[in-house]
Structure formats: C-alpha cells, structure tokens
Design a protein around this ligand. Structure first.
Ligand SMILES: [Zn+2]
Length: 473
C-alpha cells in the first residue's frame, strides 16, 4: 500500500486527525505514532504503507481465542477499544468491562450503540443498535477502509477536505459520503465556532474515506473538553497530550493550563517556540457550546515570556482571561475601574466586569502595563514599578486610607476621566494636610506620558490604599 500523507488544515480537521492518531497510538503501542508517523519536519503526518497493511488486516483469532468478530479489521477494533477505555459504553457493559468479563462482541455492540446509533449519539444514526454483528462489522470495516480510493483514475468528485478524487456509487448512503450532521454533530451546535456557518449550510461537501476515518474520531477530542491547534500535527500531538495530563490533575480553563504549562515547562516553551504560537488556536467544548480563541498574533511573543505566563497562570477571573485571549485587553482598564469601585463600596452588582477580586486586580494591572509597553514598540516608555507604588500607599495620609473614604472615590473618578492635574492636586493636598512627604514613586507616575499607563498606575496606588496592593514579586 502507498503511504498516506495527512496535511494540517482547519482546527476541526486537525482535531479529528489527533483523535485518529490516538486510536493508532492505542493500537500500535507506545511512541510508534511519534516515531513512525509524525517524524516529518513539515507539520504533516505520514502513515507508511506497511502500517496501513497492518491496520486493515482482520483480527482473526485474538490472543488465540475464537472470537465472533474475527472479520473486523485491526483499525476498527482499536477504535472500539479506545472508545471502551474512554467510557463510551452503556452502564451494564461498562461494569462488565471494568471487571474484565465482557466479550469482544458485547464491547463492539456497546461502543457502536453509544457512538453511532440513535439521535443523541455522537454520530447521529450512522448505524443502528439492532444490526447484527456482521452488519456492524461490515459498516465499520467499510467506514475505516481507505484502500479503495487507490484505483480511482478519473472522477468528478473531489473530497471537500483533502481534494482527493474518489467515486461515489449509487448504492451508497448520502450520510456516508457527505459532510452532514451525522458525521459532525458538534458543528451544527456550535455558537461562535467558525466552522458552523461555513460548513453546516453546505450540504454538498463530499468526504473521501481517508477524511471520514478521521471524522469518526472527533469524540475522543470533544470528551477532553479542549483542543489546541497549530499549523503542525506534531506540535498538536505533543501539546494536547501534555495538557490532557495537566488538566486531568487540575480542572480549569484550558488557556490557563497552557500558560501554567509554559511557565513550568521549558520543553513546552521550546516545542512551541515563536512560530507555533503565531497561529495558535484554542477550542473549548462545554456541553453543546464551542468556544474559540486565537492567540492574537501581536501578543504571541509575550506569551513566551515566563513572567507573563506566570501572571496569566495565576489569574482566577475567567472574563479577564477571555478578554486577553481574544485580544481585547483594552477592556482591562474598565474592568479594573469597575472592580475597584465595587470592592471599595462593598456593594455587589451584576456587572461581570466588576468581579475582579483584589488579587486579580493586581494581576490585570501588571498584565496591562506589560502589554501596553510591549505593543507600543517604543523603547524607554516612562513607567513606574507597580509593586513599589502600591506599597508606598501604605504611608499615605490616614484619611485616604479610611474605609469608604469619599476622597478615594473622587480620586478613582478623576483617574478614570484621565484628569491628571486634578488627581495630582488632590493627592498633593492630602499629603500636605498631614505634613507627609510626597512619595517619589508616586511623583514618577505623573511623569508618565501615556494616558492609559498613567491611569493604570494610579489604580495600583488606590488598590494599595485599601490595603490590597500588589504583593506579586
Ligand atoms: Zn479527503
């Protein structure tokens, strides 16, 4: 058999390839996928012909035991086994499986029923539970076969995903050869995921059998709850496996796990390097919802700085993370202002932007400062040390530090409006009234030319006044 080359494409396709490679990894054994299939240096995957031969060989007698599904190919059986291992079974069989006394026919029936039969299954109604074993085997072997395409010389039909020419015989079912809800139920349900509108309304997207083999592996990815996509199938393989391990230990938003990983894992930083980050997409699956994030290209280099990933790794507020990963960090200032006001007033409203806890206020202040400085492209931008600034607030006049001090609310409003001189005079008067020296670090804040960075520093000072200043080292 000829080698098959899989080229990286859209996130959905790549996610399916990832699931498919997991099936092969399960069947072929440790490291085989990396050593034999992903050992290319151009981001593609190459399945060598001899492995294909092995994949399409029928099981025959398994472990010397006679089994009723000996006609099933290795590949289909691996797909069933991984499905069983990942819990795509009904309750009765799951218990038997765990106890080790389910037979191969039962396992095939249960996984088949769970994934392919019925309107609620992952691949809606592609199959039916009441089919006989031999009919199920025929379906699976046929679905996972790719050898037939090789004989096609000329055809009017080209796969909508990889461009391969192939034949569709009149006996074949529409749902087996076209990209429909049966092949990809998730796409029809996506809210703001990009493939929805592009694909869902296009009923004439033919799918060759190489591609459809991949598409039947999406459930493995969806169950993990996320997928990280880059332009390299090898990087996808490494990074998603690495993060699966991390997220299994500790649940949380995937972008945060990614940043934590980058912070702690020099190998991951190296693997990704600059170019991997340039086109990185993060997709999260929550029930029927698909959330899509792309690392904004102008931020991608920042994510490689350990300090930056540290700040993100510690952030608890999900909205702030969403803003960051959607490139909307300009919303940060409003969030900081609203959150400080809500914290100081002690009144809890409904505005989601006002929900930063003090710890996150400080993280967002620092993130914003870094982004602003880095994006300005200007060297030597005037700025202040936010840590020192919020610490010097400890020595501020007592009436500024009082709880619910009306002066502080006035300070907050003036800052928000960017009234630098008024802010200065208010603070100066306060320090003079108590005969305290005006702190140097605070004075520096008034030398900042950039209006947004000026606001950012005074917000940090106000956070410090309330005793909740930055203690991030
Ligand atoms: Zn194709």
């Amino acid at each position: 058999m000829k080698d098959i080359i899989l080229y990286p494409s859209s996130w959905y396709y790549n996610a399916c390839v990832y699931g498919f490679l997991e099936v092969l990894d399960h069947g072929l054994g440790t490291n085989k996928v990396e050593e034999k299939i992903l050992n290319t240096d151009d981001g593609t995957a190459r399945i060598p012909g001899y492995l294909l031969g092995k994949m399409y060989t029928p099981l025959g007698q398994l472990d010397g035991k006679f089994i009723s599904i000996s006609e099933l190919t290795n590949l289909a059986w691996w797909w069933i086994l991984l499905g069983a291992e990942r819990g795509f079974l009904n309750k009765t069989i799951r218990e038997k499986w765990k106890a080790g006394d389910s037979n191969s026919s039962e396992i095939m029936g249960a996984v088949f029923g769970n994934l392919l039969a019925g309107p609620a299954s992952n691949y809606r109604s592609l199959g039916q539970s009441q089919w006989s074993d031999s009919k199920k085997i025929e379906f699976l072997n046929n679905w996972f076969s790719i050898d037939k395409e090789e004989v096609v010389k000329a055809s009017d039909v080209h796969c909508g995903f990889c461009g391969t020419a192939f034949n569709i015989s009149s006996q074949e079912r529409y749902i087996d050869k076209f990209f429909t809800m049966s092949m990809a139920s998730n796409l029809g349900l996506s809210v703001d995921g990009f493939p929805n509108l592009n694909w869902d309304y296009n009923p004439n997207l033919p799918v060759c059998s190489v591609c459809r083999s991949q598409f039947l592996c999406f459930h493995f990815v969806r169950k993990k709850g996320f997928f990280i996509n880059t332009e390299s199938l090898l990087i996808n393989w490494h990074i998603n496996r690495l993060l699966s391990d991390k997220l299994q230990k500790k649940r949380g938003p995937v972008h945060q796990a990614l940043m934590e990983g980058m912070k702690l894992d020099p190998q991951l930083r190296r693997t990704l390097g600059g170019w991997g980050m340039q086109r990185m997409e993060m997709i999260q699956f929550n029930g029927d919802k698909v959330e899509y994030f792309q690392i904004p290209p102008h931020l991608s280099n920042l994510f490689l700085i350990p300090e930056f990933s540290y700040l993100i790794g510690n952030m608890k507020n999900k909205l702030a993370l969403d803003y960051l990963f959607k490139g909307r960090h300009e919303y940060f200032q409003e969030m900081i202002y609203k959150s400080i006001r809500e914290r100081l007033s002690g009144q809890s409203g409904k505005d989601p932007e006002a929900k930063l806890e003090w710890g996150d206020v400080n993280l967002v202040l620092r993130l914003y400062q870094q982004i602003r400085i880095n994006l300005s492209g200007k060297g030597g931008m005037r700025t202040v040390d936010l840590n020192r600034l919020s610490k010097c607030a400890a020595g501020a006049p007592a009436f500024l530090k009082e709880e619910k001090s009306s002066l502080v609310f006035r300070l907050l409003e003036l800052t928000r409006m960017g009234k630098k001189e008024d802010v200065y005079h208010l603070l100066l008067r306060a320090f003079i009234a108590e005969s305290k020296p005006f702190p140097d670090e605070l004075r520096k804040a008034f030398n900042i030319d950039d209006a947004a960075l000026f606001k950012n520093s005074i917000y940090a000072f106000i956070a410090g006044l309330s005793g909740h200043g930055s203690d991030i080292e």
